[in-house]
Design a protein around this ligand. Structure first.
Ligand SMILES: N[C@@H](CCC(=O)N[C@@H](CS)C(=O)NCC(=O)O)C(=O)O
Length: 327
């Protein structure tokens, strides 16, 4: 896709490898919005939760951006945090914000390319330009480009403004949530990319085995309880769901994750249906963009950019998760 080097846009093939294995670099911008602007877990201060102060750059197809879009919706933050939605295809210089069906141009910085926000924040920025990116309109800088941290901020730091006390990172469940997240992140959320972007047969097969091992563990877990961590919905569920909802549409085919579809796992599939049908979720889930955003924007994997018509999935069909109690 390309990246910034000392503030200059530079083309590359978007695939980073170490012995054929795809390596996702750590996110660089790691500030935290907190209720009162006190330092967050990464130590930065001065980012107080205020209505209208923050702006989120996303794209519909990206699973990392999608987590933040989900949390913005679930936590009732839509009127407090503005959002720009990129075209699902990546054109020219990375994530692009233009008038297009299903997209929202950037009303804050009026940028065309996301990298312009990065150099506005830091004229000498070196690194990848990724969605999601959370922008501070007051200081004109990037707060964070790490989705796992942005969802934590959304989960708790704006509650006094919204009155929404729903908690997806319950204090008493944190250890278990973190353990599940490690498994799901390494083997599945990122695991699908490690399959799709592998540059050797060996690297692909290793990622593939780990991925389906993780799906089997999650299937087993969900055969005994409603959600990943007992009977309560947590961020682990939303993080798993973000990959599951794309799996049969994109990863099964394009990324060669084709041992089994999610719909072939009885519990994982019904669980995916339940979460898709959770209030607000379908509204922010653009299944058409999921597909187009990958198939039409990854020339190395799909040079002719032909977007498949199927699969024919119905996420609105009934499910049987009510057989388990909610705690
Ligand atoms: N760790 C980051 C990863 C974000 C990420 O890699 N996003 C992808 C889109 S799915 C991206 O923008 N990639 C562009 C690139 O790496 O150049 C997060 O979770 O926020």
């Amino acid at each position: 896709m390309g990246m910034l080097v000392d503030g200059k846009w530079t083309d590359d093939d978007g695939i980073r490898n170490d012995k054929g294995k795809f390596v996702r670099p750590d996110s660089i911008c790691r500030n935290w919005v907190t209720k009162d602007g006190a330092p967050g877990p990464s130590g930065s201060a001065g980012f107080e939760a205020e209505p209208g102060r923050y702006h989120l750059y996303v794209s519909h197809n990206c699973p990392w951006a999608y987590r933040t879009v989900l949390f913005r919706k679930l936590k009732g933050l839509e009127d407090l945090i503005s959002m720009a939605i990129s075209a699902s295809s990546v054109k020219g210089e990375g994530w692009t914000y233009v008038e297009e069906e299903g997209c929202v141009p950037d009303s804050v910085n009026q940028i065309k390319y996301l990298h312009e926000a990065y150099t506005k924040s830091d004229p000498h920025y070196t690194g990848r330009v990724t969605v999601p990116t959370l922008w501070d309109k007051k200081q004109n800088i990037i707060v964070s480009n790490e989705s796992s941290e942005i969802i934590r901020m959304f989960n708790s730091e704006f509650n006094h403004l919204t009155g929404n006390e729903d908690d997806y990172y319950h204090e008493d469940l944190r250890e278990e949530i973190d353990t599940i997240n490690d498994d799901v992140y390494g083997n599945l959320n990122n695991g699908v990319y490690r399959c799709g972007f592998a540059a050797s047969q060996e690297a692909y097969e290793e990622a593939y085995e780990k991925l389906f091992g993780c799906l089997d563990r999650m299937e087993e877990r969900l055969s005994k309880q409603r959600y990943l961590v007992g009977g309560r919905l947590t961020e682990s569920d939303w993080r798993l769901f973000s990959t599951l909802v794309r799996f049969d549409i994109v990863y099964y085919g394009l990324f060669k994750c084709n041992k089994r579809h999610v719909y072939e796992y009885p519990n994982l599939w019904d669980y995916t249906l339940e979460l898709y049908q959770y209030p607000g979720v379908a509204e922010v889930s653009r299944l058409d963009h999921f597909k187009r955003g990958y198939y039409a924007a990854m020339p190395k994997l799909n040079p002719l950019a032909i977007v498949p018509v199927g699969p024919d999935l119905d996420f609105t069909q009934s499910h049987d998760r009510n057989r388990f109690p909610i705690a």
